[in-house]
Design a binder for this molecule. Structure first.
Ligand code: FAD
Length: 468
């Protein structure tokens, strides 16, 4: 199919987006015999949304696999999800994601992706998360190749600017392509166009002025246009608009697309203070993969949306090194000056913390017994005196990964309407519906699993719908 000089086109399945969820859906629909158009807002060189920044997906398994050690059974996965979401999840859909995760790995392998052998090292994910060899870029490239091989036609640099939907029935998408509008009619729409995390104006509606200080870790193209159009067309909404995956990242990161290397994973090994040089949360609450995604929100709630993580020289090498070098000083007073916080207050914060640390057996691989006593807030694990210079600090900002506000779907990925009826021919997968499973909190690697599992369901169901 040649897309030049067209101002209208008709296919079976219009796929909005060009990341993991959209591409998995597109390949599945095309392999099932449907004609498919993938509509990616980004130019080819920037294709792949947030998926291109990823490294792994959380995967259930009953016994060691080629890429994961030991077992990670369904119930443990579900319990982990319940803990981070505080129970705000649709259990049926969540269990579908969990049960489908092993098959999703196999499907990706059969579509050209390779996985790394189980990872040791600082991430502690060897049992739970299967890592893409070559990262998210390799995954995205493999999926584009697979979708194209199955006959899908791809439009790059083609943001969807309008959706023609009547009474929950999709008719066509209007796309800005090559400087002119292109109408792409379809018998089915699969919405895989991500969240609205790159739309600062929309974030500001819920967060107020602090949103201006947020850094967006991923693609600038996830502005939520498709999500907004679906909600305006009467889709049922899920998810709290203020809930998002937000981690603490280095304040020197770029406004958009800094990716994984700007994340600062030092928190469990030190303390975090705000601009008043005071601690504000338990840095040792749980294992980092289960807790890192709350730190963006915590920092967002502090003055100026800034935090500073402070460590001494003991934990160097125990966490993933960020791309930016730490701020280093031989004394806490000197460090305070470099960070621009009050030196006597920071010295007192450190003194109080060090005095409150109770001796235990430090072990970053378990919830150890090194904790503080008589300190508020407490540090409940991995609390070791910060006393071995040189001292190091990273200044943190909230790094928004993705938002949870989305459209409601059922077990066949079919979008539900606010009036309680299912849409006739609209399906959704990935970030745009992740709020069905993630009411709040985050479990490292589940974002890609949601997209991979629901992408396949959406693509298969779309092809079934087309066949009638
Ligand atoms: C730095 C970073 C690291 C991450 N690491 C992991 C990880 O290791 N494991 C994990 O599970 N999750 C990770 N995540 C989260 C993960 O990226 C998402 O959960 C996942 O990529 C969502 O996939 P998706 O296909 O729904 O969205 P995306 O991959 O973001 O794709 C959305 C697509 O929609 C397109 N689009 C947007 N608006 C329009 C429009 N109007 N018209 C047409 N197209 C449009 C975008 O260009 C993009 O192609 C990470 C995220 C970031 C930012």
């Amino acid at each position: 199919m040649n897309d030049s000089d067209l101002n209208s086109l008709e296919v079976d399945v219009v796929v909005a987006g060009g990341g993991n969820a959209a591409l998995t859906a597109a390949a599945s629909a095309a392999e099932a015999g449907a004609s498919v158009a993938i509509i990616e807002a980004a130019p080819r060189i920037m294709r792949g949304g947030n998926s291109r920044h990823t490294r792994n997906m959380r995967t259930m398994h009953e016994a060691p696999t080629g890429v994961l050690v030991e077992a990670y059974p369904e119930q443990e996965y579900f319990d982990d999800l319940m803990r981070v979401t505080g129970g705000i999840t649709d259990e049926t859909l969540a269990r579908m994601v969990i049960r489908g995760s092993g098959a999703a790995v196999a499907w990706l392998e059969s579509h050209g992706l390779r996985f790394q052998p189980a990872l040791g090292g600082t991430l502690s994910l060897a049992r739970t998360n299967a890592h893409f060899l070559g990262g998210g870029k390799a995954l995205v490239n493999a999926l584009y190749r697979a979708a194209e091989a199955a006959g899908a036609c791809i439009f790059y640099d083609a943001p969807i600017t309008a959706l023609d939907i009547e009474g929950g029935r999709f008719k066509a998408a209007v796309v800005e392509h090559g400087g002119k509008p292109l109408r792409i009619a379809g018998r089915v729409l699969i919405a895989g166009a991500g969240g609205f995390e790159a739309n600062i104006d929309w974030l500001r509606e819920y967060w107020g002025p602090p949103a201006d200080n947020f850094l967006i870790r991923g693609t600038p193209y996830n502005r939520g246009a498709v999500l907004k159009m679906l909600l305006e067309a009467g889709a049922a909404q899920v998810g709290d608009p203020k809930q998002c995956h937000a981690v603490a990242i280095d304040g020197r990161a770029p406004k958009f697309d800094g990716g994984i290397v700007t994340r600062v994973d030092a928190v469990p090994f030190g303390i975090v203070v705000n601009n008043k040089a005071l601690r504000f949360y338990d840095e040792g609450e749980d294992f980092w993969p289960k807790r890192y995604a709350i730190w963006g929100r915590l920092v967002a709630a502090e003055d100026g949306q800034v935090g500073h993580v402070i460590i001494d020289s003991k934990p160097v090498g125990r966490f993933m090194p960020p791309v930016f070098p730490p701020i280093v000083a031989d004394t806490i007073g000197e460090l305070a000056v470099k960070l621009g916080v009050d030196a006597p207050t920071l010295e007192k914060t450190l003194r109080d913390f060090n005095a409150a640390c109770r001796a235990g057996s430090f072990d970053p691989n378990r919830l150890d017994d090194c904790r503080t006593e008589g300190l508020a807030p407490a540090k409940t694990h991995w609390a070791m005196p910060i006393d071995k210079p040189p001292y190091r600090a990273y200044s943190l900002r909230p790094g928004i990964t993705f938002t949870y506000l989305g459209v409601k779907v059922d077990a066949s990925a079919r979008m539900q309407m606010a009036d309680g009826k299912p849409s006739d021919n609209i399906f959704a997968a990935g970030e745009i519906m992740a709020g069905n499973v993630l009411g709040k909190g985050y479990l490292a690697g589940i974002g890609m699993t949601i997209g991979a599992v629901f992408g396949r369901i959406a693509g298969t169901e779309a092809a079934k719908h087309v066949r009638g």
